[in-house]
Write a protein that binds this ligand. Structure first.
Ligand code: NAP
Length: 285
């Protein structure tokens, strides 16, 4: 079997086109473009590249971005103050705090300074709880992007066994919750899971979210499984052994060009969602 590619670049393109149309309509109605504030602390080159890429995508779809750059010596209090000011600014629709922040900063405290209505990256406890409770709210972008990608290919989730490898608060845990909300039967695996290979072998859907190159081996997979590789390791290598996995899987995401483009597309779509919601809140009842 040769797996069908889950083409995140193509699906993201469609989402970006729809987002651009909504951003243009918002700009016409309100006289200003939706605005995403990006907050970068320190000078980590990878983080700088990610922020630059996100801002350039914003420009392409008609979303304005405001770059806030802080030195690596910034304290938790200073960062919380900066983010709280953005949360209170009526011209800011969405806030993205680029992760990771320097180690001396309490990252959770900084995330929690993002107003829930502007948490377009889905990183606050409020957004996490909304995902867990099945209430409206912003999705964590990578998990939300993964669900949109699966939906774009009509992949059935209900009743199927999904194994999520990884349990981080921004990726593994929320993707499992979104799959559960769609009536998949979800198993989480992590660094202390005994016999990862056997658990993965029972999966109809595998989501790899670890950050270890090719940890998930092709030979572990149930033939025909749907494989989503959220991992991104140096050298464009995912968390799944791609060549062997694509011989056994039914569907597979490439790295790059799978999950990554969906993550950014969802961030921008949710920024327009936030702008539209703020606009609605200002309208007379
Ligand atoms: P993280 O916070 O480091 O979490 C890694 C998870 O993997 C942890 O839950 C850890 O378990 C688990 N793990 C580590 N070694 C394992 C092993 N040998 N077997 C099973 N599980 C193991 O990472 P993250 O932020 O979730 O990111 C994961 C990957 O996704 C990275 O490659 C990252 O670059 C990528 N990513 C991609 C996007 C995108 O847009 N495409 C976005 C975010 C992240 P414990 O909890 O037990 O430690």
């Amino acid at each position: 079997m040769t797996a069908r590619i889950l083409d995140g670049t193509a699906v993201a393109r469609t989402l970006l086109e729809q987002t651009a149309e909504r951003a243009a309509a918002f700009t016409t109605r309100t006289g200003r473009a939706p605005l995403l504030a990006t907050v970068l602390v320190g000078d980590d080159p990878a983080s700088q590249t990610y922020v630059k890429m996100k801002r350039s995508r914003c420009a392409k779809v008609g979303i304005e971005s405001r770059a806030v750059e802080l030195p690596a010596s910034t304290t938790t209090e200073e960062l919380v103050e900066t983010i709280s000011a953005l949360s209170a600014d009526p011209l800011v629709d969405g806030i993205l705090l680029q992760h990771p922040v320097p180690g001396h900063i309490d990252e959770r405290a900084a995330f929690e300074a993002i107003a829930p209505g502007k948490d377009v990256d889905g990183v606050t406890m409020h957004s996490f709880a909304a995902m867990a409770f099945g209430e409206p709210g912003f999705h964590s972008c990578t998990p939300g992007g993964i669900l949109r990608l699966l939906d774009a290919y009509g992949i059935e989730l209900e009743g199927r066994h999904a194994v999520v490898v990884g349990r981080s608060p921004i990726l593994g845990k929320p993707v499992g919750m979104l799959l559960l909300a769609r009536n998949a039967t979800v198993t989480y695996c992590h660094s202390r899971t005994a016999d990862l290979a056997s658990v993965v072998g029972t999966a109809d859907i595998v989501v790899a979210a670890v950050g270890k190159p090719e940890l998930v081996r092709g030979a572990w997979l149930k033939p025909g499984a749907v494989v989503v590789d959220a991992g991104y390791n140096p050298g464009n290598v995912g968390d799944v052994e791609y060549v062997a996995a694509s011989e056994r899987a039914g569907f597979i995401t490439p790295v790059p060009g799978g999950v990554g483009p969906m993550t950014i597309a969802l961030l921008l779509a949710q920024t327009v969602d936030a702008a539209e919601a703020a606009e609605k809140a200002l309208l007379p009842a």
